[in-house]
Design a protein around this ligand. Structure first.
Ligand code: IPM
Ligand code: MG
Length: 370
């Protein structure tokens, strides 16, 4: 098949990890006979530096013209002055909104050979396999706001957690469909004991599941309790549905179940009127730009590589190829290869490029083995 993939390396470690993910996609293209075209564009701080805008129109146009977007990370201390008129993160949020990517899928699965990398006891982690579905284009990230003193001269500021029924319904359906294909259990996260938007969230989720997916088991969990349950009994969860802010927070927490933030991929999808079959989608590691280690070639590229696998599966429909990349990642981890974030005592710690190359080789070998 032919596909156009827009690559947005972004800031910090973004360019280092996306380079490895692109290498893997190129290898997959060669091995399986696909023609992938890569168009690189600016997003985030690097885009501000070069164009003054975090999401240049040219970047948006390329993303809209392509079949999928592969993203590194945005942001860093250089652009974090609170009085700045534009910020890198606005580029990412704008892109999610403009592409209509309202559902963010963040799978958290324990790799057995990494059981001891987590700060959590192995017996608590055994069997962890969950999927967080995070609402991505609504809630407090996009509601009405007032900036504070630094910008407006006022000693107050606010953000608004605003949700419309339809926004909750559509993401609830994505989570329900995922649960149907998995263990048929859905936990919806909210703060309904305090927030009006959470009471609407709970009511709408209950309505969608009861009327359209009666075979699913549904529980509602308050977000503070969820933070606790995630480290107390993480294996009990299958699909976890959360709004934008709560989903952001609990997925950083959940990443520690897998051993490192550097391991977790994500897929952002939505309805796309121009593509009736597969969603365009944006694929990115959930880790940020990690400015403290940027430019050293030591960042873990596996989250970016696993994001590329999700791209193959969700936007290009290439299930076998996606599975091959995931199997290759598991194989190099089983061999004991480690980047610094998951480097236990006595492990052989390698840099981003060596890790990427090892995965490439494993994809090639896996294909030969068939
Ligand atoms: C994430 C990140 C982003 C978010 C930031 C970089 C804007 O933390 O994707 O989880 O908050 O959504
Ligand atoms: Mg986050």
């Amino acid at each position: 098949m032919k596909a156009r993939i827009t690559v947005l390396p972004g800031d910090g470690v973004g360019p280092e990890v996306t380079a490895e993910a692109v290498n893997i996609l190129e290898a997959v293209g060669q091995i399986y006979g696909h023609k992938f075209q890569f168009d690189q564009a600016l997003l985030g701080g690097c885009a501000i530096d070069q164009t003054g805008q975090p999401l240049p129109l040219e970047t948006l146009g390329l993303c809209q013209a392509g079949d999928a977007v592969l993203l590194g990370a945005v942001g860093g201390p250089r652009w974090s002055d609170p009085t700045a008129a534009v910020r890198p993160e606005q580029g990412l949020l704008g892109l999610r909104k403009q592409l209509g990517l309202f559902a963010n899928l963040r799978p958290v699965k324990l790799t057995p050979s990494l059981l001891h990398c987590s700060t959590i006891k192995p017996e608590v982690l055994a069997g962890v396999d969950l999927l967080v579905v995070r609402e991505l284009t609504g809630g407090i990230y996009f509601g009405p706001r007032l900036e504070s003193e630094a910008v407006t001269g006022r000693g107050e500021a606010f953000d608004t957690m605003l949700y419309h029924r339809q926004e909750i319904e559509r993401v609830a359906r994505v989570a329900a469909e995922a649960a149907q294909a998995r263990r048929r259990s859905l936990a919806s996260v909210d703060k309904a004991n305090v927030l009006a938007s959470s009471r609407l969230w709970r009511q709408v989720v209950t309505g969608v599941i009861e009327s359209e997916y009666p075979e699913l088991s549904l529980e509602h969990v308050l977000v503070d309790a969820m933070a606790m349950h995630l480290i107390r009994r993480p294996a009990a969860f299958d699909v976890v549905l959360a709004g934008n802010l709560f989903g952001d927070i609990i997925t950083d927490e959940a990443s520690m179940l897998a051993g490192s933030l550097g391991l977790l991929p994500s897929a952002s999808v939505g309805k796309d009127l121009n593509r009736l079959d597969l969603p365009r989608g944006l694929y990115e590691p959930i880790h940020g730009s990690a400015p403290d280690i940027a430019g050293q070639g030591i960042a873990n590229p596996l989250a970016a590589i696993l994001s590329a696998a999700m791209l193959l599966r969700h936007s290009l429909g290439l299930d076998a190829e996606a599975g091959a990349v995931e199997a290759a990642v598991a194989a190099v981890l089983d061999q004991g290869l480690r980047t610094i974030d998951i480097g236990e005592l006595n492990a052989s710690v390698v840099g981003s490029a060596a890790m990427g190359e090892a995965v490439c080789n494993a994809v090639t070998e896996g294909r030969r083995g068939h």
